[in-house]
Design a protein around this ligand. Sequence first.
Ligand SMILES: Cc1cc2nc3c(=O)[nH]c(=O)nc-3n(C[C@H](O)[C@H](O)[C@H](O)COP(=O)(O)O)c2cc1C
Length: 174
Amino acid sequence: MKEISLNRAIELASPYPYALLVTIDKDEKPNIMGLSWWNFVSFNPILIIVSVAPERYSYKCLTHNKEFVLSIPAEDQAKGAWVCGIKSGAEVDKFKEAGFKPISSKKVKPPIIDGVTVAFECKVVKEIEVGDHNLFLGEVVAIHGNPDKSSHLYTIHYRKILSIDQEGNINMNP
Ligand SMILES: Cc1cc2nc3c(=O)[nH]c(=O)nc-3n(C[C@H](O)[C@H](O)[C@H](O)COP(=O)(O)O)c2cc1C
């Protein structure tokens, strides 16, 4: 072992699961952002945490409407999913830019992205300030999945995207 920089450690600890956070803005227009910092934190109740920087348009959306859909994008959505991590909903309509189709959720206002591997509908139950991001604790109120699309996305550092399926097969260029 040797001492290394944070940048190198982030690279070395890769890959990280890549998710998409769907919210709606004050005009109820849906937005999508790329998100690595999320996790399950409780089974009963089912709780998911997401970490969102206050400068993101998604942060504004979450303060207007305290609901989100956390989606695990499928391998064939890699290009659109990446767009959601590099462009802001303050400037572009990311459903259009990414070529994604919104479908109605069951219990929350933000829509589901059609064709994702898994989607969790969540209602925010708590917001926690931490350093330069804020944590939003979401209670899962509905879960959807596409069992035929198990191959989904991971990132190396926050630079490169790849996909892995349930058998561990890796595609470095989805
Ligand atoms: C691989 C990757 C992971 C990211 N993870 C996060 C994250 O966990 N939290 C966050 O606030 N931003 C994260 N971002 C940055 C946002 O996705 C990015 O700033 C996006 O443009 C914000 O969109 P918005 O302004 O429409 O909300 C990530 C970006 C990439 C490419």
